[in-house]
Ligand binder design. Structure first.
Ligand SMILES: *Cc1c(COP(=O)(O)O)cnc(C)c1O
Length: 389
């Protein structure tokens, strides 16, 4: 059975077998971690023509090929580049498809460092940047200009989890010649496959669920056939390649990502439902809850939910938010997510221009880890009691 045969198998079968073929490396189950700059050529003619599979460490190794090919199977993409962080997975495709004089539309609920990159680097390079309402849907048409080259989406949105109508946005944006990109970190390719819904380029902070243990930084960018060449050329031009040990760790993480995600989903939904009934909680911002405004889109397009969502405290400000966080014993106070452990952070929404929301109290983002849900709930109850006191 060749690697391609796994494309039609169940997701857990795929996760267990995609990427490397053990028979290509003496039968060892896992691929070698190739540490490489120089690759030798057998003779001058081969060297001059660079006529062999691998030519230099920055341009791919058996280790990077194993992960790229695994991600391609999951995303249904023509090619995947691996970069040293999730943020680089955002910046490299934007640089690949935008030039001076172009216009980019970015969703207002975007991951903050993406906004920072657009507001500083892209603007300095002469790119016009506008932010749009995550609920815009087909209305994106009205915001597009003749020079709109990229529409950047992220669904659900960072921190407040607004669901975007990705098929409608992709259809309208592509009809007007723009490349559609999506930061798909929240869902992973297990719960949403952007290219199946009209997106051209799917972006992941593999730092999160694929790595899964809060110890690796990595980004992946997957493109359809139309966008792959340009993305790959930019990757080579920038020299922004990922390190072999990190690539290996993410491939290792993928093997268990399916079972981890199922538990994250189950724990998070259980805790989210419980939180809906707690005093001191005004709202729970989780797309998988029937009470959430974007629930219908989530149900239509996504096949699951990961372990991160937010709560809105009923009133109060920074003092109450800090009291909540400081009372937590199991939850760590930290950025990032997707690891095995629970994390909490007081969300800052001051950079928003459109999707400001109307939140009656502080917004606290929770990553629900693999701990026992009763312990997680008891910890959150401590936080809520402290915020109320
Ligand atoms: C964390 C995150 C990133 C950036 O990933 P890093 O590896 O931490 O740079 C990008 N997009 C989203 C949505 C994220 O949550």
């Amino acid at each position: 059975m060749s690697k391609g045969d796994y494309a039609n198998k169940g997701i857990h079968t795929r996760l267990a077998h995609i990427g490397n073929d053990p028979r290509e490396f003496f039968g060892f189950v896992n691929p070698p971690v190739v540490h490489a700059s120089t690759v030798l050529f057998p003779d001058a003619a081969t060297m001059a023509a660079r006529n062999q599979k691998y030519t230099y460490g920055t341009r791919g190794t058996p280790t990077t090929d194993a992960l790229s090919s695994a991600i391609d199977t999951l995303e249904g993409s023509s090619g995947t580049i691996l970069v040293p962080s999730g943020l680089a997975a955002v910046t490299i495709p934007l640089l690949a498809f935008l030039s001076a004089g172009d216009h980019v539309l970015i969703v207002d609920s975007v991951y903050h460092p993406t906004r920072n990159f657009a507001d500083t680097m892209l603007k300095r390079l002469g790119v016009e940047v506008d932010y749009y309402d995550p609920l815009v849907g087909a209305g994106i048409t009205a915001l597009m200009k003749p020079n709109t080259k990229v529409v950047f989406t992220e669904s659900p949105g960072s921190n407040t989890f607004e669901m975007q109508d990705i098929p409608a946005i992709a259809r309208e944006a592509k009809a007007r010649g723009a490349v559609v990109m999506m930061d798909n970190t929240w869902a992973t390719p297990l719960y949403f496959r952007p290219l199946d819904h009209g997106v051209d380029i799917s972006i992941h902070a593999a730092t999160k669920y694929p790595a899964g243990h809060s110890d690796v930084l990595l980004g992946t960018v997957s493109a359809n056939e139309a966008c792959w060449k340009r993305l790959q050329e930019t990757h080579f031009t920038m020299g922004c390649c990922a390190a072999p040990d990190d690539v290996y760790q993410v491939l290792r993480g993928l093997r268990t990502m399916g079972v981890r995600l199922e538990r994250h989903e189950e724990n998070a939904l259980d805790v989210a439902r419980w939180l809906e009934g707690q005093q001191g909680v005004a709202r729970v911002l989780h797309p998988g809850l029937e009470s959430f405004p974007g629930h219908d889109i989530w149900k239509r397009d996504f096949s699951g939910a990961s372990g991160i969502f937010s709560i809105v405290l009923s009133g109060g400000g920074e003092r109450e938010a800090h009291a909540f966080l400081d009372a937590l014993e199991i939850f760590g106070l930290g950025y990032s997510w997707g690891g095995y452990e629970s994390l909490a952070v007081h969300v800052f929404l001051g950079d928003r221009t459109v999707a400001k929301g109307d939140y009656q109290g502080p917004v606290i983002r929770l990553q629900i880890g693999l701990e026992n849900p009763e312990d997680i709930k008891a910890d959150l109850a401590r936080g809520l009691a402290a915020a109320a006191g």
